[in-house]
Design a protein around this ligand. Sequence first.
Ligand SMILES: [Zn+2]
Length: 179
Amino acid sequence: MKIAKNTVVTLTYRLTDAQGEFIEQTDEPMVYLHGGYDGIFPRIEEALEGHEEGYKSDLHLEPEDAFGAYDADQVRVEPRSKFPEPIEIGMRFEGVPEDPEEDTEILTVTDLTDDTVVLDANHPLAGVALRFAVEVLDVRAASDEEIAHEHAHGGGHDHDHDDHDHDHDHGSDDPSSLH
Ligand SMILES: [Zn+2]
């Protein structure tokens, strides 16, 4: 079966930066509903469209097609007195977004002085060009229910189907899920 809108695709991937430095790979195959449902980056959908089980590709993604450009406005400086000690560069905090509709932001401590803390709300992979070595393991037609829910079921996304308002945590900032 060819990958097209409303097919469910099972794949594995290995993610590196543009220099080939390893970032992560799938432990378990990833399953997503193809066709613009935000299951995976649109550029990857484009590259997979029309291909079948067994297809392998090494895709290059610009930051804009992956986790976004690095935005210097997302860096802020806060008084160190607001933070628990000890605090170290590389620590992460969950920030409360100004807009409650937005996902919680993850703030990374990128610099410290005696009285200030520099926090960066950019995704750790913002501004990074990526290579995805993908392999398609399976392609099947989506069920009506999957299409109605706009995501694939099975593959770790099972849930109570009586609840149509369920809110899966698809971890939009988590590269391991690529959502
Ligand atoms: Zn569902």
